[in-house]
Design a protein around this ligand. Structure first.
Ligand code: ADP
Ligand code: MG
Length: 282
């Protein structure tokens, strides 16, 4: 049976869009040493704007690049996807029809159209440097056709309003924040500097998992907060996994705590709740 004090607090939380699946989560959260935070969609809005789109060879016009990208993104629910679809729409560009589209968690999308294979992926996933105009702090993806890079897109999003106050609150609770993101080094650095926190860039879902695992092996109690499919493995292995936002179902299934709104302030409320509930039980 769930102790009354926790049952009451969790139902209190539920009213604010805070669901605790597992009562131990409150106790563990109260003694947490580290909080790993995903960037895109967790600390930042995930409402990307296309800053720049380019073609890398003479065979493809910029409009063709946009049409291919938009066609692929129709099959993805990643925050990047919608911004690329809108970008093409706004220019009256008809998306290319894809025969198949697969989402590769933490990497991008791939698919086939007109007898060719396409991938729209991070530079890290592509594995080779591609010369492009890089607006500082931008998120970058590369369009690859049958193994050859043919286009690039640079996107930007912004910090959520309550991210800074969350970081301050964590310092107050002596929980060390570390941002872990699949995004590139400069994009990660920009956000981390604004928040004045440690960060890890170019993190695959497996890297995020191993980061949490290694901290746990060091004897630290770890909270992981994320919203995406790419966060599911690390949410599952963390002492406390917190899924934030409308989120992906798999993130929700992997978590111990669900914040139904996409507000970092609710992470603070959860820590506060853990703190109050656990001290009441002592
Ligand atoms: P985060 O860890 O910040 O949530 P992800 O792991 O979801 O980021 O994505 C890592 C990188 O992979 C992105 O910065 C982007 O370059 C690329 N990527 C992921 N999904 C897509 C997509 N649907 N379209 C284009 N690029 C993508
Ligand atoms: Mg994310």
């Amino acid at each position: 049976a769930i102790p009354l004090v926790i049952a009451r607090s969790t139902s209190l939380g539920a009213r604010r869009g805070l669901l605790v699946k597992d009562r131990e989560a409150l106790e563990l959260a109260n003694k947490a040493d580290v909080m790993i935070l995903d960037k895109t969609g967790t600390l930042t809005t995930g409402e990307f704007k296309v800053l720049n789109m380019e073609t890398l060879n003479v065979q493809h016009t910029e409009a063709e690049i946009a049409a291919i990208m938009a066609g692929m993104e129709g099959g993805s629910s990643h925050p990047i996807a919608q911004s690329i679809v809108h970008y093409a729409e706004n220019q009256g560009i008809q998306p290319v029809r894809f025969d198949s589209i697969d989402v590769v968690s933490g990497a991008g999308v791939e698919g086939s159209a007109n007898g060719r294979n396409y991938r729209l992926i991070s530079q890290k996933t592509f594995g080779k440097d591609v010369a492009m105009d890089v607006p500082k702090g931008a998120t970058l993806s590369i369009l690859v056709e049958d193994g050859k890079p043919i286009g690039t897109v640079a996107l930007g999003d912004e910090l959520k309003e309550t991210s800074k106050t969350l970081i301050q609150a964590l310092k107050h609770y002596h929980i060390q924040p570390i941002m872990a993101t699949g995004d590139n080094e400069t994009a990660a650095q920009g956000v981390a500097e604004e928040l004045d926190i440690e960060y890890r860039a170019n993190q695959s879902p497996q890297d995020k998992y191993e980061l949490v695992e290694s901290l746990k092996n060091n004897g630290q109690t770890v909270i992981m907060v994320g919203d995406g499919v790419n966060d599911a493995p690390s949410l599952a292995i963390a002492d406390v996994g917190v899924a934030i936002g409308a989120g992906t179902q798999v993130a929700i299934d992997s978590a111990d705590v669900i914040l139904t709104q996409s507000n970092p302030g609710d992470i603070e409320s959860f820590i506060e709740l853990a703190n109050k509930t656990t001290s009441k039980m002592k």
